[in-house]
Structures are given as structure tokens and as C-alpha cells.
Design a protein around this ligand. Structure first.
Ligand code: HEC
Ligand code: HEC
Ligand code: HEC
Ligand code: HEC
Length: 183
């Protein structure tokens, strides 16, 4: 009798766990990395998103965590791990550190810091041309777009940042915006 109960319990537990797992997998899109996005987003005609991003602070946000200064800030804030291994720092300075390795494509690099997919969502399910060209289909497949860019900026540019400097978002946006040229 005890055995039967035990097996039933294991069965139920497995169903619950497995059930949640598959649901989870359906929700989770993989990261493909900057190099994969910019195959289509780097020419003048497309709007040179690669160059604009590369020249922005965002491209070096992870490198910043590798500095002595960053480790000191982490330590001063009570963390025992180096900055680049501290989730509380990575959350605004990188992507992909908190997902299963199977969700990271071959071209994905954590070193790319605040990258295309940090802001636009992991792209494995929207990156295909057919989907990308259909805005609402791309959004259904994980693409994140913004009505008002400021709602995005304040997620990281806020006083939770240990080195917080208030920025003027209009001016900051002029530095990093990367529109597709209208023709
Ligand atoms: C196979 C080519 C291709 C790849 C790869 C690709 N895109 Fe696109 N993307 C497009 C095209 C085409 C459009 C439509 C551009 C237009 O509006 O003319 C587009 C549009 C977009 C838009 C604008 C959506 C809107 O309407 O506001 C964003 C944001 C975007 N892509 C981000 C990404 C990101 C991030 C990646 C990597 C995860 C990526 N793309 C990979 C081709 C691609
Ligand atoms: C710091 C956040 C951030 C990063 C990093 C970022 N973007 Fe964007 N991107 C935005 C915002 C905000 C917009 C404007 C609102 C929108 O279209 O969603 C935008 C718009 C776009 C558009 C549409 C432009 C248009 O005219 O419709 C494309 C295409 C795009 N991004 C591609 C990329 C690619 C490719 C990368 C990486 C090289 C990248 N973005 C990196 C935040 C970001
Ligand atoms: C995921 C977090 C994140 C988001 C979202 C984000 N940023 Fe940043 N941003 C950073 C980090 C981290 C740095 C510092 C990078 C460094 O110096 O290592 C930074 C730096 C910058 C810089 C360079 C500052 C300088 O030194 O001049 C500008 C400009 C900027 N961000 C603009 C924006 C704008 C505009 C938005 C909204 C569209 C935005 N950011 C959204 C994390 C973010
Ligand atoms: C809420 C988001 C956020 C968190 C969390 C965060 N940062 Fe940052 N970090 C930023 C932004 C945005 C910038 C650029 C502007 C600024 O300094 O406010 C930045 C800039 C930096 C800089 C460059 C400072 C300078 O003066 O150029 C260092 C170093 C840094 N962060 C280290 C860390 C460390 C270490 C942690 C973890 C203990 C951490 N950050 C956590 C958002 C964040």
C-alpha cells in the first residue's frame, strides 16, 4: 500500500514538473547574438544599427564589469563575487547570464553587454526574414518594441545603479537611436 502511494506521488510530481517544463520551454526564446542580428541590420540602407550600437556605452557594459573599479563597487555593496559574476550587476550590464546554456546560440556573446536582444528580446523565434517583415508576427514571436523609448531607459538608468548619474533621456536617445531610414 505504501509503495503504491509512493509511486502515485512520484507520478503526480513528475507530471507537475514535466508539465511546467514544457510550458516554460514554449515561452522561452533563445539568444542569437549581435552578429546574427546585424546580418540584416548594418548597411546604410538598413540604418547602420551595428555601428551605432558598437559606438555606444552599451556595447562595453559587460567589459566595464571586468574592471577593478567594478569589483570594488561590488565589494562595497556587500557582494562577495567579482562584479562580472554578480547577478545584481549583470542584470543591467549584460544578457543571457540567467538562462540555460541551451538557449544561447553559437554567435551569442555575453561580452557584448547591453546588446540588441537585451532591449528587443531574444531573437531565435523572430529572426527569420519572413517573420521580421511582418511586425505583428515578429512581436508574437518575441520581438519587443516600444511606444515610448523612455519606459525602457528607466529600467536600468535609475538609482538602483550604484554609480547612478541622472541623464537627460532626450539627449541620450539622440546618441543611441538607430532608426531604419525612411525612403
Ligand atoms: C534575416 C534578416 C534579419 C535578421 C537576422 C534580423 N532582422 Fe530585424 N528586421 C529585418 C527586416 C527586413 C525588418 C523590417 C525593416 C523595415 O521596417 O523596413 C526588421 C525589423 C526589425 C525591428 C523593427 C521592428 C519595428 O517595426 O519596430 C527591430 C527592432 C529588429 N528588426 C530587431 C532585430 C533583432 C534584435 C535581431 C536579432 C535578434 C534581428 N532584428 C534580426 C530583418 C532581420
Ligand atoms: C538600449 C536598448 C537598445 C539596444 C541595445 C538596441 N536597441 Fe534597437 N531600438 C531600441 C528602441 C527604444 C527603439 C525605438 C522603439 C522601437 O522601435 O521599438 C529601437 C528601434 C530599433 C529598430 C527599428 C527602427 C525603426 O526605424 O523602426 C531596429 C531595426 C532596431 N532597433 C534594431 C536593433 C539592433 C539590430 C540592435 C543591435 C545592434 C539594437 N536595435 C540595439 C532600443 C535598443
Ligand atoms: C539593460 C539595461 C539598460 C537599458 C535598458 C538602457 N541602458 Fe543605457 N546604459 C546601460 C549601462 C550599464 C550603461 C553603462 C555602460 C558602461 O559604461 O559600461 C549605459 C550607458 C548609456 C549611455 C552612455 C553614457 C555615457 O557614458 O555617455 C547612453 C547615452 C545610454 N546608456 C542611453 C540609454 C537610453 C537612451 C536608453 C533607453 C532607450 C538606455 N540607455 C537603456 C544600461 C542600459
Ligand atoms: C539598475 C541597473 C544597474 C545595476 C543593478 C548596476 N548597474 Fe552599473 N551602471 C548602470 C548604468 C545605467 C550605468 C551608466 C550610467 C551611470 O553610471 O548611472 C552604469 C555604470 C557602471 C559603471 C561605470 C561607472 C562610470 O562612472 O562610468 C560601473 C563601474 C558599474 N556600473 C558597475 C556596476 C556594478 C559593480 C554593479 C553591481 C554591484 C552594477 N554596476 C549594477 C546600471 C546598473
Amino acid at each position: 500500500m505504501k509503495r503504491i502511494l509512493l509511486f502515485t506521488a512520484i507520478g503526480i510530481l513528475a507530471t507537475i514538473l514535466f508539465g511546467f517544463r514544457t510550458q516554460d520551454n514554449q515561452k522561452k526564446h533563445g539568444y542569437i547574438g549581435v552578429d546574427a542580428c546585424v546580418m540584416c541590420h548594418k548597411t546604410e540602407k538598413q540604418g547602420k544599427q551595428l555601428d551605432i550600437w558598437k559606438n555606444s556605452g552599451h556595447a562595453k557594459a559587460y567589459q566595464t564589469l571586468l574592471t577593478e573599479e567594478a569589483d570594488k563597487i561590488a565589494k562595497d555593496n556587500g557582494f562577495e563575487t567579482p562584479a562580472a559574476k554578480t547577478e545584481a550587476c549583470l542584470k543591467c550590464h549584460a544578457s543571457g547570464y540567467d538562462v540555460d546554456a541551451s538557449l544561447l546560440g553559437k554567435k551569442f556573446k555575453i561580452e557584448d553587454g547591453v546588446q540588441c536582444e537585451t532591449c528587443h528580446g531574444p531573437g531565435s523565434d523572430y529572426k527569420d526574414m519572413k517573420i521580421m517583415k511582418d511586425r505583428s508576427l515578429a512581436i508574437k514571436n518575441g520581438l519587443i518594441v516600444y511606444e515610448d523609448y523612455k519606459e525602457l531607459c528607466v529600467k536600468c538608468h535609475n538609482s538602483e545603479s550604484p554609480t547612478y548619474k541622472e541623464i537627460n533621456f532626450e539627449e541620450a536617445w539622440e546618441k543611441i537611436k538607430h532608426p531604419v531610414p525612411k525612403n
